[in-house]
Design a protein around this ligand. Structure first.
Ligand code: DAH
Length: 344
């Protein structure tokens, strides 16, 4: 046997043993590089051709090529065997489909959003449209057009976060009354939910950023009974039949007459004279309401002798406190998942 053939046979034997020992495709690739790679053992053998007599070179080259072909074929076979083995292993894996899974954490709707949607759904069913306004409004829409002239003391409670001399973060959703009436002729029936901002001190009932839902109905022959009927129906739907609702005479510049709407205190149910939710009164205020003031109707070009209407503005967090019987408004924004999850 020529020296070359002996070398190749030795190489081939070691190659076959390495291939047989390779446990996975990575190991097989290492073997390939070691023997057949660019600086592998076969390349070294090939280089030796240069030192042969020219006449012997073609035959030597042929012998090497045949050996390489044989090794490549073995490599391919070993590779497909390995693949089959991996596939068979996968098939043989037993899966217990009854094993309890880990439920993925999914987000959900915040209770404030849920109450807003439930309230809107009630009014939509009664023919109201839902409109969304801007959170920044000129003082004209926040005050002047709502019959609160400059220097009127009623501005005090609303005068909050000014961005310029005339632009402010809206303290209530009432500007949407004006914007709606300026855009549409009567009859109009809308609710306008959204964020509001006031410099209220934060306590169990107050946040400086909160949500309101505004309502407005203007048509011919609308009276206070319609208002009471709609708002009482809303409270029944959101709170159930046991929660009391009362209309308490009040004052707002943009309504006449005006009423504040109260409901049984969700915390003490009227039973605690020292309750920090209702201050011992047994009631909490949901918001204001009343018959739209003639000056407001005139401002938007509606004839107050022909049209009348009612309006209301409720705090969504207050509705939430009552609907979920929660003892502190701050819980809605504290991101305490253990608490929020209970309100699903
Ligand atoms: N905008 C009033 C507030 O935030 C609430 C309100 C009272 C709205 C009477 C109305 C209304 O639409 O008619 O305090």
């Amino acid at each position: 046997m020529s020296e070359l053939a002996a070398k190749l046979e030795d190489l081939h034997t070691r190659f076959a043993a390495a291939v047989a020992a390779a446990a996975d495709e990575r190991a097989l690739e290492t073997v390939r590089i070691e023997f057949l790679g660019r600086s592998g053992e076969v390349t070294l053998v090939r280089r030796a051709i240069g030192s042969l007599e020219p006449a012997q070179r073609p035959a030597a080259g042929k012998t090497i090529n045949e050996a390489v072909e044989a090794m490549e074929a073995e490599l391919a076979r070993a590779k497909s065997h390995l693949e089959e083995r991996v596939f068979d292993q996968a098939l043989a894996t037993k899966i217990d489909v009854t094993f309890p899974s880990i439920a993925p954490l999914t987000g959900t709707v915040n209770p404030i959003r849920r109450i807003t949607e439930a309230t809107c759904a009630y009014f939509r069913r009664h023919g109201f449209a839902v409109v969304i306004g801007n959170e920044v409004e000129p003082d004209y829409y926040n005050f002047d057009a709502l019959n609160i002239p400059r220097d009127h003391p009623a501005r005090e409670g609303f005068d909050s976060f000014f961005l310029t001399d005339t632009l402010l973060l809206r303290p209530h959703t009432s500007p949407m009354q004006i914007r709606t009436m300026q855009q549409y002729r009567p009859p109009v029936a809308i609710v306008a939910p959204g964020k509001c901002f006031r410099r209220d001190a934060v306590d169990a009932r107050h946040l400086f950023q909160f949500h309101q839902i505004e309502g407005l109905l203007v048509a011919e022959n609308i009276h206070f009974g319609h208002l009471k009927g709609m708002l009482t129906g809303m409270c029944r739907e959101l709170f159930g039949p046991d929660q009391s609702v009362r209309f308490r005479p009040s004052f707002f510049p943009f309504t006449e007459p005006s009423a504040e709407v109260d409901t049984t205190c969700p915390k003490c149910k009227g039973a605690s004279p020292t309750c920090n939710m209702c201050g011992g009164s047994g009631w909490i205020e949901l918001g204001g309401s009343g018959m739209v003031h003639p000056n407001v109707l005139k401002e938007v070009g509606y004839d107050p002798d022909v049209y009348s209407g009612w309006a209301f503005g409720f705090g969504v967090e207050r509705l939430g406190l009552t609907a979920y019987e929660i003892d502190d408004i701050r819980r809605f924004i504290n991101s305490d998942l253990d608490f929020l999850k209970q309100l699903q």
